[in-house]
Design a protein around this ligand. Structure first.
Ligand code: HEM
Ligand SMILES: *[C@@H]1O[C@H](CO)[C@@H](O)[C@H](O)[C@H]1NC(C)=O
Ligand SMILES: *[C@@H]1O[C@H](CO)[C@@H](O)[C@H](O)[C@H]1NC(C)=O
Ligand SMILES: *[C@@H]1O[C@H](CO)[C@@H](O)[C@H](O)[C@H]1NC(C)=O
Ligand SMILES: *[C@@H]1O[C@H](CO)[C@@H](O)[C@H](O)[C@H]1NC(C)=O
Length: 340
């Protein structure tokens, strides 16, 4: 992988040309994100965030996975504007408290620590939305995944959209629903399959495989039977970890083969019917997947380089969802939890 001095690895060279095309910071009417946005105002921003993450990881191996999930849940609701990070205030309930986030989204304290370190070094300069984008890249790279040039220059929004976060992609959704939700934010089938590959690390609670609409172990689709697609040995393993109607908060590895490594095992697991969530296995096993997402799963299962190149590009695509660049619409928060 990349040397510590370089934010790019050889694996990601395929995407460099694309990144460079978007890297120029054009100030003016057509503001867009760019790689060197903080070149003059906070040149060490990347390294400052990296040190905070490395330190957090010493006592929390899961933190890298948790941080990239924050970026995903931020970007899919109102765009990448750090709306997820705002705490509830009278008259505005935070996205944090909605079911897709409450009790599962985590890492806020580490974002706060990164923000505090950046405020020390360059007060009022680096947005919380950009911190999530930078932290995602660092997290993937430090876990063995690809690196890419992170596009920067997002401002932080001033509202959190609780209702909007109710529409986040859900673990029990079928391929058609997932495709629709990604398309709604401008992401295509390659993005859906590549970004789902982030489930190569991190944890998942039993309730997402053993309860309610997500139940694959005991009552799949209301049949009172397990999900017939699920590999039977893996089902037996998960049933021991997640007994029926027992503690739904028990944690499991999303990728039991290499739980904390960013590799392509997410796809090789799916190939042998060992995807964890319904939404994971749908990418390969849905009837609608034939000719659409299944060939992409096959390609990434067969080539980690192909996965890494697509993942880097799709992270840039996700990071480009409706960024706030108009200063009348946003700000650089001093504290990621509240508007200035
Ligand atoms: C395709 C639709 C997706 C669905 C339905 C989905 C659903 C979920 C669920 C239910 C969990 C477990 C939460 C818990 O039990 O606490 C989870 C964890 C996670 N998701 Fe996704 N996800 C999706 C896409 C993504 C994307 C696009 C990313 C990032 C690019 C991502 C990154 C992660 C990571 C890293 C974790 C583990 C987090 C941790 O350990 O703290 N997911 N996801
Ligand atoms: C969030 O989860 C906590 C702990 O499970 C619970 O007490 C609280 O009521 C939940 N908040 C909302 C808004 O549902
Ligand atoms: C959120 O949805 C609820 C229920 O549909 C509605 O009563 C409420 O006004 C909505 N809140 C906002 C801020 O749009
Ligand atoms: C996918 O889920 C939606 C929403 O539940 C449902 O209306 C649709 O019929 C499902 N599509 C397929 C192909 O199962
Ligand atoms: C199984 O799921 C169906 C539909 O969600 C529900 O009506 C039924 O009560 C569930 N069965 C059990 C035993 O929980």
């Amino acid at each position: 992988m990349a040397s510590s001095a370089s934010p790019r690895s050889a694996t990601a060279t395929a995407v460099v040309a694309v990144v460079v095309a978007a890297a120029l910071c054009l100030h003016g009417a057509t503001a867009q994100l760019c790689e060197d946005y903080y070149y003059d105002t906070c040149p060490d921003a990347y390294d400052i965030v990296k040190q905070v993450l490395i330190q957090a990881h010493e006592s929390d191996v899961r933190i890298y996975a948790s941080l990239i999930r924050l970026h995903f849940h931020d970007c899919f609701v109102q765009g990448c504007d750090a709306s997820l990070l705002l705490d509830t205030v009278p008259g505005m309930q935070s996205e944090k408290e909605s079911p897709p986030n409450n009790g599962s989204a985590r890492g806020y304290e580490v974002v706060d620590a990164a923000k505090a370190a950046l405020e020390d070094a360059c007060p009022g300069v680096v947005s919380c939305a950009d911190i999530l984008a930078i932290a995602s890249e660092i997290s993937v790279e430090l876990s063995g995944g690809p690196s890419w040039g992170v596009l920067l220059g997002r401002l932080d929004g001033k509202t959190s959209d609780f209702n909007g976060s109710l529409d986040l992609p859900a673990p029990f959704e079928n391929l058609t629903e997932l495709q629709r939700k990604f398309k709604d934010v401008g992401l295509n089938d390659v993005d859906l399959v590549a970004l789902s590959g982030a489930h190569t690390f991190g944890r998942v609670q039993c309730q997402n495989v053993a309860a309610g609409m997500a139940d694959r172990l005991y009552n799949f689709s209301g049949t009172n039977m397990p999900d017939p697609t699920l590999d039977s040995a893996y089902r037996a393993f998960l049933s021991r970890r997640c007994p029926k109607n027992v503690n739904g908060e028990v944690l499991n590895d999303l990728d039991p083969t290499t739980p904390d490594t960013f590799d392509n095992h997410y796809y090789t697991n799916i190939e042998v019917n060992r995807g964890f969530l319904i939404s994971d296995q749908e990418l390969k096993s849905s009837p609608q997947a034939q000719g659409t997402t299944a060939p992409i799963v096959d390609r990434f299962a067969g080539s980690q380089d192909a996965f890494f190149a697509s993942f880097a590009q799709s992270m840039i695509n996700m990071g480009n969802i409706r960024p706030v660049t108009d200063p009348s619409q946003g700000e650089v928060r001093t504290n990621c939890r509240r508007v200035n």
